[in-house]
Write a protein that binds this ligand. Sequence first.
Ligand SMILES: [Zn+2]
Length: 360
Amino acid sequence: MFKTEITLSDGRRLIYFDQTPGDDRARLDSRGLEPATNSSQLRFDPLSRRWVAIAGHRQNRTHMPTQEQCPLCPTTPNNPSEVPASNYEVVVFENRFPSFDFNSQDSLVNSGDLGPYGLAPGLGTCEVICFTSQHDSSVSQLSQDRIRLIVDVWTDRTTVLAQDRRIEQIFCFENKGPEIGVTEPHPHGQIYGYPFVPPRVQQMIDSALKFQDTSGRNLFDEIVEYERSSLDRLVSENESWIAFVPFSAKWPYEVHLYPKVRAGNFSRLTDNQRDDLAPIYLDLLKRYDRLFAQPAPYIAGWYQYTQADHVDIFGMHLEVFTIKRDENKLKFQAGSEASMDVFISDIVPEDAARKLRELS
Ligand SMILES: [Zn+2]
């Protein structure tokens, strides 16, 4: 893999990742952008004990641009985009409209007594990862070689960002489809570096610690072993990975993808596991394309942990789901889900698994 890092005109970092050396990788960004002013804050809700990121500057971000104005396409004379080169394989750059930013203006330093509340600057990183320079494509249409390169990019970003002690959690994810709220159709994902451990990951760690205390076993291993032997919810597997619908799926057509030998994060996967991830990930996304008449919108998010305290018990895995429960029906987070965090699903997980299995 060839890695070339440049600085955009407003000071942001951009990195090209290529399987073969690319052209004009050193070309400068000629847009002369002023550095963006970001004002992300973290506000702490004492009742739920959760942080909420408030990023007011994001209201004015680019919304559904046409291909001629796409900021993620390679630069042309008529479209000076975020990527100065005339073509690229995979590129990663810092988001100009980030939810978290180490340069966040801390306008609330002197806000005085906040009573029960907590407040912190929205420090962290938000990187955009463009999976292809082809605007009208999707990850499921990419070659297996390209997916393999993307796995290496996720590994690189996990390894590099984990070295920054201010970052406690690295989250690689893709939102696909306007139904999910995607504001930019070009195939891309994001890589967040959070300044705290998000609640879902903390819950998984707490559960694994408790399980280990009472049973002496690892909870992630226990789940994978059970699914490998029961097969009721199996979607697909290869030598290193297994994909299944979780026993208590919250979303219609939700699939979890685990390495058969546990690893805490991308950096800890073996080369064999990385090689085997490309075909099964690609196959999984193609199944989501075939679920309905139109490719299904989805969220694909990687759960991993990089810190020394619990990396040895954590089981990295992918959780992917669509919010579509039928051709023309969306699953909304309504009263019970949004207010009480209690999900009610209309689809039996074993039926979802059968349907996904048959779409090979
Ligand atoms: Zn584009």
